[in-house]
Write a protein that binds this ligand. Structure first.
Ligand SMILES: CC(C)(COP(=O)(O)OP(=O)(O)OC[C@H]1O[C@@H](n2cnc3c(N)ncnc32)[C@H](O)[C@@H]1OP(=O)(O)O)[C@@H](O)C(=O)NCCC(=O)NCCS
Length: 171
């Protein structure tokens, strides 16, 4: 992989580099309404476009179960690497940067939800789970959680939750 840089992004960066409209709106909404206290956007930039990104949510989770059981663990949201740029280490670099930022904010674990189904008992696709396991995340023992897609109460999703205890970042 050459020429890709990972950087924390502000609103202007998001507008300039993120091509996908849904993802761009998501990041802009987070940055505008919640600010840096709410969370941080990280972009993997190649030339004039983002080929990957992730949001580190520092503010308290919306889901009661996460708030009660995760003790302020920040959440990784909207992690995505463009299909043609996968398996080149970009996802790992984005997550590593988000984890290092969480550590600086005195958080000692990071969590995330993998959407498994829009109905409670439908089959479980496993696609990103191997990636998270490789990076040291383990599934928690408290079962799936119910969330609302993009905060909209009309669209329910079920997620498996993965958690990683952080260690000090290496130089
Ligand atoms: C999951 C995703 C972010 C991984 O990004 P990536 O840039 O391809 O990952 P990396 O190249 O950094 O991979 C790091 C390691 O994980 C492995 N890996 C990557 N994707 C994997 C997968 N789906 N299953 C198992 N292992 C995987 C890589 O082989 C690599 O292993 P290595 O260190 O032994 O070489 C990317 O596939 C993606 O955007 N998927 C679609 C969106 C998505 O599912 N996001 C997660 C929402 S919860």
């Amino acid at each position: 992989m050459t020429g890709v840089r990972i950087t924390e992004a502000n609103e202007q960066d998001v507008e300039k580099f993120v091509r996908d409209e849904d993802d761009r709106d998501f990041f802009l909404d987070r940055l505008r309404r919640r600010g840096a206290q709410g969370g941080r956007v990280f972009l993997a930039i190649d030339g004039d476009r983002a080929v990957g990104y992730v949001y580190l949510r520092l503010e308290t989770a919306e889901e009661l179960k996460l708030r009660l059981l995760l003790n302020k663990a920040p959440l990784l949201e909207r992690l995505r690497v463009e299909r043609e740029n996968r398996l080149q280490g970009i996802g790992r670099m984005l997550v590593t940067m988000a984890e290092a930022t969480a550590w600086v904010h005195r958080r000692r674990q990071v969590a995330l939800g993998v959407v498994v189904a829009r109905k409670p008992k439908s089959p479980v696709p496993t696609s990103p789970i191997g990636f998270y396991r490789k990076l040291g995340y383990s599934e928690w023992r408290f079962g799936r959680i119910k969330t609302y897609k993009d905060g909209r109460k009309s669209e329910i999703e079920y997620c498996r939750v993965f958690v990683k205890k952080l260690t000090p970042p290496t130089a």
